[in-house]
Design a protein around this ligand. Structure first.
Ligand SMILES: C[S@@+](CC[C@H](N)C(=O)[O-])C[C@H]1O[C@@H](n2cnc3c(N)ncnc32)[C@H](O)[C@@H]1O
Length: 220
């Protein structure tokens, strides 16, 4: 029988990381030192996911970008590097400590004018957010249990042909586990998020097995 999916061996993974990796010295420093410098967990996207996000941003020439979940600024810097000089990125973070550290790193990367970090709980933010210009690209990477809320409240602000990308679509590998040892509520909510967006006829959605899985929805 034809293999449905070529297994991702260590060799292939290493090959991918050697050739399709957006991580440079500054990004590697952020990822490797955020815990030692500011007790911020090292849970940013990988360099390969960064390369993939950059590909998507370039493909649709995203200029108005919203991120939910800043952490140390790694993915915001990644998106800033891929977008044109006129692009703007707003990134929402509920932990002030994370936001402060991210702002420092964003300044070091030279993007203080392009990226704005807003300290707020995104569950509140999406209720009052009214952008002046429609968004091109939304990256969801905060508390997984609110993904459906974020999607529904932000979808009206997205332009036709815009994208919503959601990380951790495989719920840290527990997506299909009937008794997950880690965060069962989060796992159930990720499954219901999948179902929810697959039912939306105004979006075309796919899933990519990269990192912990990314769901990508394109507004029709
Ligand atoms: C996985 S990290 C984001 C990683 C980041 N996108 C990157 O790849 O560099 C998740 C972040 O979302 C933040 N967060 C969690 N719940 C949130 C909420 N309700 N509103 C805003 N931020 C939240 C956490 O504090 C954490 O910094």
């Amino acid at each position: 029988m034809r293999e449905r999916q070529t297994p991702l061996t260590k060799e292939i993974q290493n090959y991918i990381y050697e050739n399709f990796n957006a991580e440079d010295e500054l990004l590697s420093e952020i990822s490797n030192q955020c815990w030692a410098e500011a007790t911020i967990p090292q849970i940013n996207i990988t360099g390969y996911q960064a390369n993939f996000l950059q590909f998507l941003i370039k493909a649709i020439d995203a200029k108005n970008i919203l991120e939910i979940g800043t952490l140390a600024g790694y993915s915001a810097i990644v998106m800033a590097r891929a977008s044109s000089a006129k692009a703007k990125i707003l990134t929402i973070e509920k932990e002030k400590k994370h936001a402060d550290y991210a702002m420092k790193k964003i300044a070091e990367a030279g993007f203080s004018n392009k990226i704005k970090v807003q300290v707020e709980d995104a569950r509140q933010f999406v209720k009052h957010f009214t952008p002046q210009t429609k968004l091109d690209f939304i990256f969801l990477d905060a508390n997984k249990s609110s993904y459906s809320q974020y999607f529904d409240e932000l979808a009206p602000h997205l332009r036709q042909g815009g994208m919503i990308v959601a990380d951790n679509a495989f719920a840290f590998g527990f997506l299909l586990d009937s008794a997950p040892e880690r965060n069962p509520k989060g796992v159930r909510s990720m499954l219901s998020f999948h179902k929810h967006i697959l039912e939306r006829n105004d979006f075309f959605t796919t899933i990519v097995p990269i990192g912990d899985g990314m769901l990508i929805s394109l507004k029709k």
